[in-house]
Design a protein around this ligand. Structure first.
Ligand SMILES: Cc1ncc(C[n+]2csc(CCOP(=O)(O)OP(=O)(O)O)c2C)c(N)n1
Ligand SMILES: [Mg+2]
Length: 738
């Protein structure tokens, strides 16, 4: 099999410009046939219930072989989709590997039995793990191309460094590599398709977008998804693109199209769009029957365009192979597939013990004492902040706000680590650089990124389009290449367009690829209410929605020093981190602190006792820390109740030991948060306390949270909706007398 692929590639490399040599034709047919016969064998296994899912690449083979032969595995980068069997065979994935995935073997190199078949992944070939979600991979491809360009302009950034995520992410780049990504025509309806084209076009990125147009998205015909029925017509006005629309059943036309596309990209002229018209002879998947929704005449017309049959006819017609030679070739390939399937059926299955492997990095533990540098606070005070903007004002020993110390941390870390890029909506000082000579700069709607573009330049700090999925999706692509994107979602209230990328991609990359790929990225997100007028769409909480995502770290500091130290850990760690910054706390008097120096870090999962007490434990975080402290002081003053207030600081992981130790001491506990009470973060903590600390409790576990509604604009309503110090005080007094 190895031979089949390499001979196809070698003959391709030696190709002359016009037409295909007989050798090339055979090599192409070999790959196309192999793809089809692996599909057929897998279908057989599915019918025998030996594999559990099947979706085929039938009808798409010619287009994909064209792409495979025009590009370089292990040099270029690939973000394919589930139909790309022939592409992956052409790149060097073996039929044996494919069957290992189909049976869900422990030795499945793409996912170790975690993903369905045809969810490709190979580090050596540069095939990045993709999900079942249609279109998400396009933004990863864009970020990957941006990272490649960045390294070619800043080769020094490729150097490894100990002590942070870089120790585990080697960088490869060449300067002219191309990023390939593909999707079906139905998937072009997703917003992320347009978001990806937007950035690739604007930045002239070397990405080849390949639309494999089989005319259907399951049962939905192309005209329902694409106004006018032809995606090429709709995208034709994007600047900087090379466009090609081809008969995707003709391998020669496809190869030519991809060669031209790759040449355009390698020359730095911009992205390419290859639209191939293919057929789908096997229905959508084995669970689908297209006779239910396609007319017979239409299916018969498609069958006449089957690329495999057409190529076979051509070999015969042009006298390249005789019928006997074709038979012999096909038989040998059938044998390759049969042997691959046979071996896969004997392969070891994954162990149940392995399930929890690779949810988080096993190399770099952000809870480790390596990140416990609180003691060196203030040692190097004021030594590193040469930048302007807010960072400039964070110099010196006076108390600084949370906004100041987050900005200071960003300055410090960007200086230390050239792989960091920062982008988001309005985060740059000014996109039009010439304006910087006369204006102060924007630097974020809350000014948290002020001065960063001015100090580090527009290649490292820049504005994104107004598109949240674009921000997170590209970050995943950047991280694929070993970079560290530290991106901003302007308001938590608008994180939802990125939710698909966060849950199905960012947090899953490591687990679904069985540890082969990872997305160590920081998402900084201003959150929360108490703003007086923030209303529904600038006051939301919702952290428990994200702590419910395995693979994602969630951090929620309550004061300037914690924000600085936890952000540093977030940036250096090797997992994706959602870093929640409470808007109300940005500039409060509460929790200000002197600048602690450029090495100050706080490990994740370590709560802080912000007020010691003996009668009641109050577990809280974020904006409820100062409110809980107020309530605790009044409880002491007015009722003689001594409350211990525990600031969790990080929500995933969280410090169960600290909670348990305190509850064992006080026997009474309240969990208080700003988010809505029902199904909130407190529900999990309360349930675990009831479960594991039942014997230590003298009273029921109490919770304090917002009313189960959104935050209204009118302050009278806002005050009633969100928990106030009085709400907490009442819970304390009630619980003490229980
Ligand atoms: C975001 C998302 N929505 C829905 C689905 C379910 N689904 C899987 S494939 C498919 C149709 C895709 O059609 P098209 O993009 O034309 O690709 P094709 O399968 O025809 O190659 C749908 C709706 C999905 N996987 N992801
Ligand atoms: Mg389709």
């Amino acid at each position: 099999m190895e031979l089949a692929v390499s001979s196809a590639r070698e003959t391709e490399t030696a190709a002359t410009s016009g037409g295909l040599s007989p050798q090339q034709m055979v090599a192409i047919y070999r790959l196309m046939y192999l793809s089809r016969c692996v599909d057929d064998r897998e279908i057989l296994l599915k019918r025998q219930q030996k594999v559990f899912f099947q979706i085929s690449g039938a009808g798409h083979e010619a287009l994909q072989v064209g792409a495979a032969l025009a590009l370089k595995p292990g040099y270029d980068w690939f973000f394919p989709y589930y139909r790309d069997r022939a592409l992956c065979l052409g790149l060097g994935v073996t039929p044996a590997d494919m069957f290992l995935q189909a049976v869900g073997a422990a030795t499945d190199p793409a996912s170790g039995g975690r993903q369905m078949p045809t969810h490709w992944s190979s580090r050596t070939l540069h095939i990045v793990s993709t999900s079942s979600s249609t279109t998400t991979q396009l933004l990863h491809a864009v970020g990957c191309a941006e990272a490649g360009r960045y390294f070619s302009r800043h080769p020094e950034a490729a150097a490894n460094a100990d002590g942070d995520y870089r120790a585990f992410h080697d960088v490869e780049f060449h300067g002219d590599e191309v990023v390939f990504t593909s999707l079906g025509e139905g998937s072009t309806s997703q917003g992320e398709f347009w978001e990806a084209l937007n950035t690739a076009s604007n930045q002239k990125l070397p990405v080849i977008f390949c639309v494999e147009d089989n005319g259907y998205a399951i049962s939905v015909p192309v005209e329902v998804n694409t106004p006018g029925g032809n995606i090429s017509k709709l995208v034709a006005n994007f600047p900087n693109f090379h466009f090609a629309e081809v008969d995707g059943t003709d391998p020669e036309a496809c190869l030519r199209a991809f060669k031209a596309a790759a040449a355009h990209c390698r020359a730095g002229l911009g992205p390419a769009f290859v639209h191939g018209h293919v057929v789908r002879p096997y229905s959508h998947a084995l669970s689908d029957d297209d006779k239910l929704y396609r007319a017979t005449a239409e299916r018969e017309a498609d069958a006449l365009r089957d690329p495999l049959a057409k190529m076979q006819m051509r070999l015969l017609r042009e006298g390249v192979l005789t019928a006997d030679e074709i038979n012999a070739l096909e038989k040998s390939l059938d044998l390759v597939a049969a042997e691959g399937a046979e071996r896969a059926l004997e392969a070891p299955l994954p162990t149940v013990k392995s399930i929890t492997e690779h949810i988080y990095s096993e190399d770099l533990d952000p809870t480790s004492s390596d990140f416990a540098t609180e003691q060196i606070q203030a040692q190097s005070e004021g030594t590193s902040l040469a930048g302007g903007g807010v960072a400039g004002s964070a110099k010196g020993s006076g108390p600084r706000t949370m906004a100041d110390l987050i900005n200071a941390c960003l300055h410090d870390e960007m200086r230390r680590d050239p792989r960091i890029v920062i982008y988001g909506e309005d985060v740059a000082d000014a996109s039009r650089e010439s304006a910087l000579e006369e204006v102060e700069g924007k630097g974020g709607v809350f000014k948290l990124t002020a001065g960063l573009q001015r100090e580090f330049g527009s290649e490292r700090v820049f504005n994104s389009p107004l598109a949240e999925a674009n921000i997170v999706g590209r970050a995943i692509g950047y991280a694929t290449r070993g970079m560290k994107p530290v991106v901003e979602i302007q308001f938590f209230d608008y994180i939802w367009p990125a939710m698909h990328q966060i849950r199905n991609e960012l947090a899953l990359m490591r687990w679904r690829s069985n540890g082969a790929w990872a997305s160590p990225t920081v998402l900084r997100v201003p959150i929360g209410g108490y703003l007086t007028g923030g209303a529904i769409y600038h006051s939301q909480s919702g952290e428990s929605i994200f702590t419910h995502i395995p693979g994602l770290r969630v951090v929620f500091p309550s004061n300037a020093l914690d924000a600085n130290g936890l952000l540093r850990t977030a940036i250096r760690c090797d997992d994706p981190v959602l870093f929640l910054e409470h808007k109300r706390l940005y500039r409060e008097t509460y929790g200000r602190a002197p600048y602690p120096g450029p090495e100050f870090a706080i490990p994740f999962g370590k709560a802080k006792i912000v007020r010691a007490g003996t009668h009641i434990t109050l577990v809280t975080y974020g904006a409820l820390v100062p409110r809980s402290l107020q309530a605790a002081e009044r409880a002491h003053r007015e009722h003689g109740i001594d409350v211990e207030v525990l600031d969790l600081r990080t929500l995933n992981p969280y410090d169960w030991e600290a909670i348990a130790t305190s509850v064992r001491k006080t026997s009474r506990v309240i969990v208080a948060h700003e988010d809505m009470l029902s199904w909130g973060y407190g529900a999990e903590i309360a349930a675990r306390i009831a479960d594991e600390l039942f014997d230590s409790l003298d009273a029921p576990v109490r919770r304090v949270g917002a009313m189960d509604t959104f935050v209204a604009y009118q302050p009278v309503l806002e005050d009633a909706i969100l928990p106030q110090p009085e709400t907490i005080l009442k819970a304390i007094v009630d619980l003490r007398s229980f």
